[in-house]
Write a protein that binds this ligand. Structure first.
Ligand SMILES: Nc1nc2c(ncn2[C@@H]2O[C@H](COP(=O)(O)OP(=O)(O)O)[C@@H](O)[C@H]2O)c(=O)[nH]1
Ligand SMILES: Nc1ncnc2c1ncn2[C@@H]1O[C@H](COP(=O)(O)OP(=O)(O)O)[C@@H](O)[C@H]1O
Length: 323
């Protein structure tokens, strides 16, 4: 079982009082920075593991918002969250159009990861909705400070996915969609974020140019740069092993139908909530009331039964902490 820190967690609005009672049956493992992993004994896997943030920026902000004393905030690992979806493809191929269609048809299911960029906003674009439009120096500092899951220089500007952007979608209980370039997709592939990777291809370079020009959002110099970059992007998208699926966006409705099909949204393969719950029960950690917890590097070892006894090794669960 893998636990991703800090994303893939959902915020449970459980505020502890100023003087929490000593809790029986809880194991606490201090992690990096201001996080503690809590494991509760003798409970269902779905309700047994969560993180506590102590005196983090989030906790301090909540103190202000709630106007009350808050000592910690819990971020629970509950249920099975669906894999995020990474969508890549050359500029003008129709990524944004397909993502908008998906979000419009399934508003409560998907959430868009709002990237940061140093490029100037287009006339219809809103800060915080389409992108977080950012100064290069600010973004570079945030990258240095480890706030980004991935970033890349694309068509002369910096683009990046902040950890907070992905976390915000997970916190809302939605499946995250990332619209990022091939370099970004490669970085996410190499990260701990388990995602579904989809590459969108144009039917031809002529059609791509037509779409890019007819969108009318770029100056000629930018159009030419994007078309030049498109050839390499398509080659990498098709030949690398980054992507799980390649979709051709020739006829839009057809492509959208295929996208829904591979996401299991055409009514044939979508997993039900019950199925998710069942798979969690069979794959999750079966915590018994007598277990010990220890930490070694990025692993949390949970041993049920009496340590050192013959049965203990059979009941060893290892949680990998990947950040
Ligand atoms: N690596 C990375 N690429 C991004 C991110 N956000 C957007 N992009 C990519 O940057 C490229 C340019 O995006 P944009 O300027 O909005 O132009 P458009 O693709 O023509 O709409 C596209 O390939 C996007 O997929 C991000 O957070 N990270
Ligand atoms: N299958 C398609 N056929 C014709 N035009 C399309 C198709 N898909 C998208 N478009 C148009 O192409 C332009 C670029 O699409 P967009 O979604 O902005 O691309 P991207 O986000 O990949 O840069 C938009 O004007 C959009 O309406």
């Amino acid at each position: 079982m893998r636990i991703h820190v800090p994303y893939m967690c959902r915020v449970i609005p459980a505020v502890l009082g100023t003087k929490p009672e000593p809790c029986k049956g809880l194991s606490a493992v201090p992690l990096n920075g201001d996080r503690i992993l809590i494991i509760r004994k003798g409970s269902l896997p779905a309700d047994s593991i969560w993180f506590l943030e102590v005196d983090s920026k989030y906790v301090r902000d909540q103190k202000k918002v709630l106007g009350t004393e808050v000592v910690a905030w819990s971020k629970g690992v509950i249920g099975v969250s669906e894999k995020p979806i990474v969508i890549s493809g050359p500029s003008g191929v129709g990524k944004g159009t397909l993502i908008s269609m998906l979000m419009k048809e399934f508003p409560s299911m998907f959430g868009f990861s709002v990237s940061h960029t140093t490029r100037a906003p287009r006339s219809m674009e809103q800060n915080g909705v389409h992108y977080h439009f950012t100064e290069r120096s600010v973004m570079e500092k945030d990258i240095k400070d480890g706030k980004f899951l991935e970033y890349a220089s694309v068509h002369g500007n910096l683009y990046g996915t902040s950890i907070e952007a992905v976390e915000a979608v997970a916190d809302a209980g939605k499946r995250c969609i990332l619209d990022i370039d091939v370099q970004g997709a490669r970085s996410v592939r190499a990260s701990s974020l388990d995602a579904t990777f989809i590459f969108i291809c144009p039917p031809s370079m002529e059609e791509l140019e037509k779409r890019l020009r007819s969108r009318g959002t770029e100056a000629e110099e930018q159009v030419l740069k994007r078309l030049r970059n498109a050839e390499a992007e398509i080659e990498q998208g098709k030949s690398s092993c980054i992507f799980d699926h390649i979709l051709y966006n020739d006829n839009l409705d057809e492509c959208y139908k295929n996208l829904k099909k591979l996401l299991g949204l055409d009514g044939t393969t979508a997993p039900s909530h019950q199925q998710c719950k069942a798979s969690l029960k069979s794959n999750g950690v079966d915590l018994q009331s007598d277990h010990t917890v220890s930490k070694a590097d990025n692993k949390i070892l949970i041993t049920s039964g009496i340590p050192g006894s013959e049965n203990a090794s059979k009941n060893l669960s290892v949680l990998l902490l990947l950040s």
